[in-house]
Design a protein around this ligand. Structure first.
Ligand code: FES
Ligand code: FES
Length: 199
């Protein structure tokens, strides 16, 4: 049965009459036309559908829309500000940290969640945070470089931090709350050597 769900989406209030069990992914993509959030596996395994809810990266394909009531949601469409890309977006471009780009919104928003909690992540922190996001094109090494670069930019210029963060940052592991229970070994599987790089 439909219910009224109110939340903040990319800084603006939204009110929807919708089945509360409908997954957030489809509300964003189909109902609201925000197709930057991607459908990959539909089983909370790949991370393509990642968005930020109250500061945490969540997998919208397994996240009922009723659970965002009263919360702040940030999608890839809301990351740029005042016509300027977020430093993470700029760093992904600078480092060619994508090929097909399908995983990119989820990668960027998962990294965004990490940087909310840990502004100076070591390589191992980035690998841990992104390990549950899969990239079929194998851009993992460049993705890690981009996140490091963006972290440096944000540390040097904190005014570039976004005004609305989708909620309060909390200290934590940086892993998505609904990460898969079995390992997909995404970033980690292809970047074991990166763990030993100089921090
Ligand atoms: S589509 Fe949601 S995790 Fe793959
Ligand atoms: S850039 Fe193609 S899946 Fe990651």
């Amino acid at each position: 049965m439909d219910q009224t769900i109110r939340f903040i989406l990319n800084g603006k209030p939204v009110s929807l009459s919708v089945d509360g069990e409908r997954m957030l992914l489809w509300v964003l993509r189909t109902d609201l036309g925000l197709t930057g959030t991607k459908f990959g596996c539909g089983k909370s395994l790949c991370g393509a559908c990642t968005v930020i809810v109250d500061g945490e990266a969540v997998r919208s394909c397994g996240y009922p829309v009723k659970d965002v009531a009263g919360k702040k949601v940030l999608t890839i469409e809301g990351l740029a500000r005042d016509g300027r890309l977020h430093p993470l977006q700029e760093a992904f471009m600078k480092h060619d940290a994508l090929q097909c780009g399908y995983c990119t919104p989820g990668m960027i928003l998962t990294a965004y969640s990490l940087l909310l909690k840990n502004s100076k992540p070591a390589v191992s922190d980035i690998v841990d945070a992104l390990n549950w996001n899969l990239c079929r094109c194998g851009a993992h090494t460049r993705i890690i470089q981009a996140v490091q670069d963006a972290a440096g930019t944000l540390t040097r210029s904190p005014t570039l931090s976004p005004a609305f963060q989708g909620g309060d940052a909390k200290r934590g592991s940086g892993l998505t709350p609904n990460k898969p229970r079995h390992s997909c070994r995404g970033v980690e599987g292809l970047t074991e050597g990166a763990r030993h790089e100089k921090r």
